[in-house]
Design a protein. Structure first.
Lengths: 347, 347
DNA sequence: GTTCGATTGGGTAACGGTACCCATCGAACA
DNA sequence: TGTTCGATGGGTACCGTTACCCAATCGAAC
């Protein structure tokens, strides 16, 4: 009912007729398979160009590949994901593969539905960015389709992993603050709704590392964590909560730049100055962090490379690699003006 | 070669066998078509649940629908797009349709490839957000598949449009600044690379309206436009360019919040205060604008509604509507502390 | 008791590609 | 000269689902 008189698409048979060859020959040409002479090949290519033929992915998918790779993102609000996608697109460019994205949402259930939507659409492989799913679940998916996981730390033989070394990153931040002389360092972390949370979710690693480094420096009594969200609003709420403490922290390590931005707003609203009254650090080194009026100390984790590598690993798996690969990028502390020594000996 | 021993998917035939019916009957159930008794229907549904059957979109696409709608976004860096997607997802939820997104990029060529990628993947319809394509081109696409365009103003009988009334929005900003007493009001606009730029691109409308309102108030001599990009970097560069002028503007209207954020950075770097020395306004009313330390006057354009309506219009078209629909949301000025009267009588 | 229409269910040919296998042919080799 | 072999090209059976049409059944109406 939907289709009125939309004109019929050009098919492989039309091309074959036009070039006076079989559909098999045309198929070989578009797949870049061999078994066609250069002369025939170029005749077919001419016909393809002339008729404006483009293969239909759905039909290809029923026997072979769709040349489509699926990307699951929790949402698109985090600019860090944009870096990842840019890297991915760079790698895919010229390979004939097309990336399609779906929103995974904030719950495991929604994420599962998103992954299934991709499986049902016959993608050749899936890249899952910062998934909430359990390792078991991911291994199930990996059994069905090549699978690459970003920003999770588990070791699995079933899928590939690309991640930032969040332990090192969090260490860098906390040690930076300690070196500056801070003792009352607080942390803003992310709340996920998973019942049995995999310990390898990045926000958990950042939070645990924060606690560990505090303990290692004899600061276990100063540990203070606000559990909100990695978002502007979450950072705002988290910082307000932390600022109510007495004595209040002299530094806040927000687990993500977006939360740090929100924290800056709360601090500003409270009439405090950054960094004179309180230091603040983010994580991700997004574009915003570098702006002179924000000037946020952060951790750079090269999302571009992560996206590029994820693309490479996935294509390798699609081509047949079965042994698991892992790739981690080294985080770098980018100290800016939002962190400084604490106000000298005050409450 | 790619597929090792991935286990075979459950197909409609498996379900039919398990429920002792024909594949036709199963097909009817999953399509919610009639021609099956309630008893048979529930027996089939039980079999589907037991076997964990999910229809394969590729196969469905060869005869009927894929229950997939494609969304083309220029990129995912603009948080305003996230609002649109949230609205879209809200409308799609429970309809059985799945949205997939592809990146349209910054050039017409890339955007065309993205749209074709969706057509080749047999989506049931396409939503194109802020396209660069010509009206002609879009009408071609609309001939092939239901098509809804966001954030473009042309009237077409071939596709539906959902847009913010950018004329009104830009008027609101410029008149707000004029009422405050500003005369030297500058504008930061977006550079696209199109040769023959459709006049209905939103950034062109905002820029043209700015000029018109300036003229209407006898301020044609004060018109000053920096053509960079709707991005943090673009706003930064644009503001630096504008600040070099002598006398410098007392207000800057950035065509998008992201650019306004960058402009704030440049102003801060120049040692100027907002709004005492210079007023600044954005457009889009993103989350950042509302943060107390940014506090940016902006224009709210309800992306959530736009996404919701776009989804509704597209599904209506898929269901068979052929007469074009248009929907515009009314922008609202949100005055915050980044705009104030100009510094009194100075150079 | 026959006819009729509505309801339920199934058979089957597509849809547009690809995988697999076979036929042909000329050249190289024994 | 006959055989083998690689290169080229084609025939055809699928892949999983739906559209279309037909068959069987059954109750109601005549």
């Amino acid at each position: 009912m939907a289709t009125q008189n939309r004109r019929r698409r050009v098919t492989i048979a039309d091309v074959a007729g036009h070039a006076q060859v079989s559909t098999t020959a045309v198929s070989k040409v578009i797949r870049n398979a061999d078994g066609v002479s250069p002369a025939t090949r170029s005749r077919i290519q001419a016909a393809i160009a002339e008729l404006g033929y483009r293969p239909q992915a759905a039909a290809r998918g029923m026997r072979g590949r769709t040349f489509t790779i699926g990307v699951v993102l929790p949402h698109i609000r985090n600019p860090f994901f944009a870096d990842i996608l840019d890297g991915l697109h760079e790698h895919l460019d010229g390979t004939g593969y097309q990336a399609i994205m779906v929103q995974g949402g904030a719950t495991r259930k929604a994420e599962k539905a998103a992954v299934e939507a991709l499986l049902d659409r016959q993608v050749d492989g899936i890249i899952n960015v910062a998934p909430l799913a359990s390792k078991n679940r991911m291994e199930e998916v990996a059994k069905e389709r090549p699978f690459v996981v970003l920003a999770r730390h588990e070791k699995s033989t079933a899928y590939d992993s690309v991640y930032d070394d969040d332990q090192t990153g969090a260490e860098l931040v906390v040690e930076h603050l300690i070196e500056l002389g801070h003792r009352r360092i607080a942390h803003i972390t992310h709340q996920d709704n998973a019942i049995a949370r995999p310990a390898d979710l990045l926000h958990i690693i950042r939070a645990e590392t924060y606690k560990r480094v505090m303990r290692e420096h004899g600061l276990e009594d100063e540990i203070a964590v606000a559990t909100t969200f990695y978002s502007e609003q979450g950072g705002y709420d988290g910082a307000r909560e932390l600022l109510k403490r007495s004595p209040r922290p002299t530094a806040i390590f927000a687990g993500a730049d977006q939360a740090a931005i929100g924290a800056l707003a709360a601090i500003h609203e409270a009439g405090l100055r950054v960094p004179e009254d309180i230091s603040i650090s983010g994580y991700d080194n997004t574009l915003l962090a570098a702006l002179p009026n924000i000037n946020l100390t952060s951790v750079d984790q090269d999302g571009f490379s992560m996206g590029r590598v994820a693309g490479r690993l996935l294509l390798e798996r699609i081509e047949g690699r079965t042994v698991a690969a892992r790739f981690s990028v080294a985080p770098k502390l980018v100290a800016r003006r939002s962190t400084a020594p604490p106000p000298s000996a005050k409450t």
